[in-house]
Design a protein around this ligand. Structure first.
Ligand code: A3P
Length: 290
């Protein structure tokens, strides 16, 4: 039986299997050449992973057919449960430069990433769409805490009680440090609006210079449709008892503004008022439509 409980680590609720192994995760030492992709869950992690992997492999279409995305880009803090391989085990077997995925808030990212000045790509998604996506994910992922009813889920999100903690603290934490720590801070909405432009930004940040046809191929191979149809990126490689794809596919909608199909006007107003309080004093240019 896989535990669906979370447990506090330095004030942040993390899944029990992560909390139990926290000391070895915190002790992880990356190589300076390693690249970290960090997000609050459901902000566009898999999409960005696929873009980065393809860019590093010169847009070679074989790369994204070769192995599941989580085997190519280990999930730092995931400690099983089977059939998900443990991130640290995978990393041990790979030679740097490695691309590593995390959902940890900035203060819980192992310090070696900052000491070694690793490249860090952060992707943020507007709160309402992020919340909607997480709600569906928590239903289909049978190892995540049970989401409960929609109305209560909104409040759990606002209170920062979901796994990996407060969305507000997460996006603000990386935003505040982005210049000092040379973090590339991306937005899901920008990627939807102009994937070509954002792929170019990632390419430049990685100090790569690739010809136009390669960029075009990367954009094509990482479209929502291509990734939904690709068994190596659509997470069909993780079946029950972990993911129940009949409840919701991992590649669900891939749109900006799906929140309008979920929030009632009252819920939206309540959320916006709380949002203004929690985001006061920040200037992160989130967009809830494009
Ligand atoms: P939805 O649930 O809104 O459809 P993550 O990879 O961080 O778990 O994020 C998953 C979300 O990103 C899902 O959102 C998924 O559909 C969306 N997504 C994944 N690949 C995408 C792509 N290539 N283009 C647009 N959205 C994508």
């Amino acid at each position: 039986v896989i535990s669906r409980n979370s447990q506090m680590v330095q004030g942040v609720p993390l899944m029990e299997h992560i909390a139990h192994n926290w000391s070895s995760i915190w002790a992880f030492r990356p190589d300076p050449s390693d690249i970290l992709i960090s997000t609050y869950p459901k902000a566009g992690t898999t999409w960005t992973q696929e873009i980065v992997d393809l860019l590093l492999n010169n847009g070679d279409a074989e790369v994204c057919k070769k192995a599941p995305i989580i085997a190519r880009i280990p999930f730092l803090e995931i400690f099983s449960p089977p059939p998900i391989p443990s991130g640290l085990d995978l990393l041990k077997r790979m030679a740097p430069p490695r691309v590593i995925k995390t959902h940890l808030p900035l203060q819980l990212v192992p310090e070696g990433f900052w000491e070694n000045k690793c490249k860090v790509i952060y992707v943020a998604r507007n709160a309402k769409d992020n919340l909607v996506s997480y709600f569906h994910f928590d239903q289909m992922n049978l190892t995540q805490p049970e989401p409960g009813p929609w109305d209560q889920y909104i409040h759990k999100f606002m209170r920062g009680e979901l796994a990996w903690g407060s969305w507000y603290d997460h996006v603000k934490g990386y935003w505040k440090e982005r210049e000092k720590r040379n973090i590339l801070y991306l937005f899901y909405e920008d990627m939807k609006e102009n994937p070509h432009r954002e792929v170019m930004r990632i390419m430049k940040y990685l100090d790569l210079s690739l010809p136009g046809d390669v960029i075009g191929r990367v954009v094509e191979l990482t479209s929502f449709k291509a990734m939904k149809d690709n068994p190596m990126t659509n997470y069909s490689f993780i079946p029950k008892p972990v993911f129940d794809h009949s409840i919701s596919p991992f590649m669900r909608k891939g749109e900006v503004g799906d929140w309008t199909n979920h929030f009632t006007p009252e819920q939206s107003q309540l959320f916006d008022e709380d949002y203004a309080r929690q985001m006061e004093g920040t200037d992160i240019p989130f967009r809830t439509s494009i």
